[in-house]
Design a protein around this ligand. Structure first.
Ligand SMILES: Cc1cc2nc3c(=O)[nH]c(=O)nc-3n(C[C@H](O)[C@H](O)[C@H](O)COP(=O)(O)OP(=O)(O)OC[C@H]3O[C@@H](n4cnc5c(N)ncnc54)[C@H](O)[C@@H]3O)c2cc1C
Length: 444
């Protein structure tokens, strides 16, 4: 597979210290490696939320489904994210979406975003997946006085999009709700969304798919996709013949599996720090005890929440190279930001730090549609760091397309062929200037 980051990004090193790894049950299901030539109707590449949700959707309709995963189910972003389930998925504002794709499709897109959160909630409830859920909606916080107007206008935008009210909190109101930090000057509470344990969700989906008869193969990286009378997918030790192909590889995609993807997706690293459990006194001293999940108003945003066991989870974007040195530097930067936001906890150890790849598209909107130029092939990807809701939903949309159905809101803009990024295989070089510009806009 030809990929655009250093090999480290595609190995286990970035998650060797992930807090979520500690939640993998000792008796977790061991999925076999493909070691034979088999056939099926639908083959799915990638066992994250997108692929597993697509598999469940297909299997619920009685389809014959195989999932091929290069590592283990949930190994990618799905087992290492912040667990914030919220509306979103695009990097464009409402106005930009409407200007670019038209008012009507923009409205359908906002319905899609809203439906995605409800879809995840329904999946969890229907299959009784234990995900340590908390947080009532989410909080969008102003990290400077000058961004108070931005969070207010985000609240308004939210109302126009989803017809739901938001609640403005000034600094005092934040304090009263256990969200005291010198960094935050105001916030809006937005009623849709909740937080979950991401690896429990991913492994839960894999269990559901398995119970529905989906054949999942782990450690079975697809090295080649041939298109002739259907599809033939080659792994190191086996082959799958299938009538329809569904690609669910998101930030871990490659330039050549299939080659139609080349230059059309942009993986970006996201990173998370988790502290040791905080004591009640430490929570009181800092004035932060809310279990609400929070995102700040920066372009290079921070996302954080107090976990059910009182560890603080703190996420940020912004590193471009996948190496030990770069990871260590990002961890130091994360700690500086963390200490500024939570000065009372500056001596608290941060036991865990890890990173993973999210994915962006050139048009800055999610994709769930046919793969251009290949009949009976579909892909879903590019949720711009908002995939805990969008990925399962887009996986289900992709499954519906493969079955020739449309049962849920699905904006046309999400089906448009993904455009190529400038600089082709070197497109990662677009990130440093973009990050530098965002940093300048963000102030600190
Ligand atoms: C650190 C971090 C924090 C995040 N926080 C949040 C958050 O709080 N809220 C939110 O909404 N989103 C968040 N995200 C984004 C979210 O996790 C992703 O959008 C979502 O998990 C994508 O799911 P996926 O199934 O499409 O991709 P992934 O989960 O990345 O799965 C892709 C899978 O494809 C497999 N694969 C790739 N190539 C092949 C091949 N050739 N053969 C076989 N298998 C292959 C990979 O091994 C991988 O398991 C975060 C992401 C990261 C990295």
């Amino acid at each position: 597979m030809k990929r655009i980051y250093e090999p480290m990004a595609y190995g286990d090193l970035p998650i060797q210290n992930s807090y979520w790894q500690t939640f993998k049950p000792a008796n977790a299901v061991q999925y076999p490696t493909l070691s034979d030539n088999i056939a099926c109707d639908f083959v799915i590449v990638g066992a994250g939320y997108t692929g597993l949700s697509a598999a469940i959707r297909l299997a619920e309709q009685g389809a014959d489904v195989v999932v091929l995963e290069a590592n283990e189910p949930g190994w990618g972003a799905s087992g290492r994210n912040g667990g914030l389930v919220s509306v979103g998925g695009s990097k464009l504002s409402d106005k930009q979406i409407a200007a670019k794709f038209g008012n009507q499709d923009a409205r359908t897109y906002f319905q899609t975003e809203r439906a995605a959160v409800d879809f995840v909630e329904a999946l969890i409830e229907q299959h009784n997946i234990q995900v340590d859920r908390h947080s009532k909606g989410y909080t969008f916080a102003a990290h400077s006085k000058s961004t108070i107007k931005d969070v207010k206008s985000y609240g308004e935008q939210y109302k126009a999009r989803y017809g739901l009210d938001h609640q403005f909190l000034d600094q005092n109101a934040m304090r009263e709700r256990g969200m005291d930090s010198p960094e935050f000057h105001a916030a809006v509470n937005l009623p849709i969304g909740f937080a979950l344990n991401p690896i429990k969700f991913a492994l839960g989906l894999a269990d559901v798919a398995g119970a529905l008869g989906v054949r999942i193969f782990a450690n079975s990286a697809v090295e080649k996709v041939s298109v002739q009378n259907g599809f033939e997918l080659q792994t190191q030790n086996g082959r799958v013949r299938a009538k329809k192909l569904l690609m669910a590889t998101n930030g871990y995609s490659s330039e050549d599996v299939p080659s139609a993807f080349a230059s059309r997706y942009m993986p970006v690293q996201s990173n998370i720090l988790v502290t040791r459990p905080l004591t009640d006194i430490e929570l009181q001293n800092q004035g932060w005890w809310s279990e609400q999940m929070v995102v700040d108003a920066r372009n290079l945003l921070h996302y954080f929440r107090l976990l059910p066991d009182k560890r603080m989870m703190f996420g940020l974007r912004g590193s471009v190279i996948a190496s030990d040195a770069s990871m260590a530097k990002t961890k130091r930067n994360a700690r500086v930001d963390f200490d500024r936001m939570f000065p009372d906890w500056h001596n608290v150890q941060t036991d865990h730090f890890w990173s993973g790849l999210i994915c962006m598209s050139r048009d800055l909107v999610p994709f769930s549609g046919p793969i251009s130029g290949i009949d009976n092939a579909y892909a879903a990807m590019a949720y711009h760091g908002n995939g805990v809701s969008m990925a399962p939903y887009c996986g289900a949309l992709m499954a519906d397309m493969a079955l020739g159905k449309q049962l849920m809101p699905h904006a046309e803009l999400m089906k448009k062929p993904m455009r190529k990024f400038e600089l082709g295989p070197l497109r990662r070089n677009l990130l440093p200037p973009a990050f530098a510009w965002y940093k300048l806009l963000d102030g600190k």
